[in-house]
Design a protein around this ligand. Structure first.
Ligand SMILES: NC(=O)c1ccc[n+]([C@@H]2O[C@H](COP(=O)([O-])OP(=O)(O)OC[C@H]3O[C@@H](n4cnc5c(N)ncnc54)[C@H](OP(=O)(O)O)[C@@H]3O)[C@@H](O)[C@H]2O)c1
Length: 304
């Protein structure tokens, strides 16, 4: 019988790629979505949930192999209004709490819970090299990250192997890169601010491979950084987009202008960064398929 894996937020950029891979690998992925139940995509079944309670879907969790909790209001799209910030925080806490409640409620509990988080947990840290042993930072995204990781912590006491994914900037056909590429496609791309903050990126293919690796490794538990080993400064990151798209990269876009247009989101996402190492993944023997930014961009933009 196929091993059932429930995936919240499985309709999203990472989740849909992950479910396709799980399905190819012989698992039975079931996506928990706020959309109507019934449909699905590429061998993946959709199951309705309200994203804040354990009601109505617990039966599928009973006897399942794992749950992967990716759900959350998108952080990189739209201005961070007070309403958007409430949705970013609440969607993550409530989804995490619902997942934890469901783990507590079922008789035959899954052995593994994979909990999404992000490198924003480390805050803005200049040139400091960060690994999983580093302390958390400060700022809005860091505080969200700490609460988000904490939302499912109670399952640690239930003999469940919990893996936390501190994921970097995921590069693929969609997500952050599709938005960052728009000005370059219009011949208007530039480096935001000083170009000095670090960008810790990872190819979507390696995100999916790493999640499967951690799902299957019996001794994996706790936080793992999902970033390629070669973080770059943001100037190099944006120049690589320009090169991959064969577009010019203009003079830096002033930070003050970005803050005026994008508000707090510019400060937290575009003008700050972290230099993160995937120490625990490398120690566990994970092999990245895309280690160099230039190659990863070429792979993504080639024929796009
Ligand atoms: N992409 C990245 O670069 C990146 C980097 C670090 C961390 N992450 C994190 O990894 C997770 C998956 O990322 P992604 O890029 O795949 O995100 P995504 O494309 O925005 O998908 C997230 C999914 O979460 C659900 N969702 C959206 N808004 C929600 C809300 N208000 N309440 C409850 N559920 C909601 C949606 O599923 P339904 O509409 O089907 O319910 C959506 O498909 C996210 O939590 C994200 O913060 C992503």
């Amino acid at each position: 019988m196929k091993k059932r894996v429930l995936v919240t937020g499985g309709t999203g950029f990472i989740g849909s790629a992950l479910c396709a891979e799980l399905s190819r690998a012989g698992y039975e992925p079931i996506v928990l979505s706020r959309r109507a139940a019934g449909g699905g995509f590429a061998g993946v079944r959709l199951l309705h949930w309200d994203a804040h309670s354990a009601e109505g879907w617990c039966g599928e969790l009973d006897g399942a192999f794992a749950l992967i909790n990716l759900a959350g209001e998108n952080i990189g799209s739209g201005r961070w209004t007070a309403r958007k910030k409430t949705a970013i925080r609440r969607s993550r806490l409530e989804a995490g709490q619902a997942v934890a409640a469901a783990f507590a409620a079922v008789k035959k509990r899954p052995r593994v819970l994979v909990q999404a988080s992000a490198i924003g947990w480390y805050g803005d840290r200049g040139d400091e090299v960060l690994d999983e042993g580093s302390r958390p930072g400060s700022g809005y995204l860091s505080s969200i990250g700490r609460e988000w990781e904490g939302s499912t912590e109670v399952v640690d006491a239930l003999d469940v192997r919990r893996v936390v994914l501190r994921t970097g900037v995921v590069l693929g056909r969609g997500g952050v890169l599709s938005r960052a590429a728009i000005p370059f496609r219009l011949f208007a791309g530039g480096v935001p601010g000083s170009g000095r903050p670090w960008v810790s990126w990872i190819h979507i293919e390696d995100v999916v491979r790493a999640i499967r690796f951690l799902l299957e490794r019996e001794d994996a538990r706790g936080a793992y950084n999902l970033t390629a080993p070669g973080a770059v400064r943001s100037a190099e990151f944006y120049r690589a987009i320009g090169r991959a798209l064969r577009r010019p990269v203009w003079a830096p876009v002033p930070g003050l202008l970005l803050k005026a247009v994008f508000g707090e989101m510019a400060r937290e996402l575009m003008l700050s960064g972290q230099r993160v190492l995937p120490k625990r993944l490398l120690e566990a023997g994970f092999e990245f398929k895309h280690e160099r930014l230039e190659e990863a961009m070429g792979d993504i933009f080639g024929g796009w």
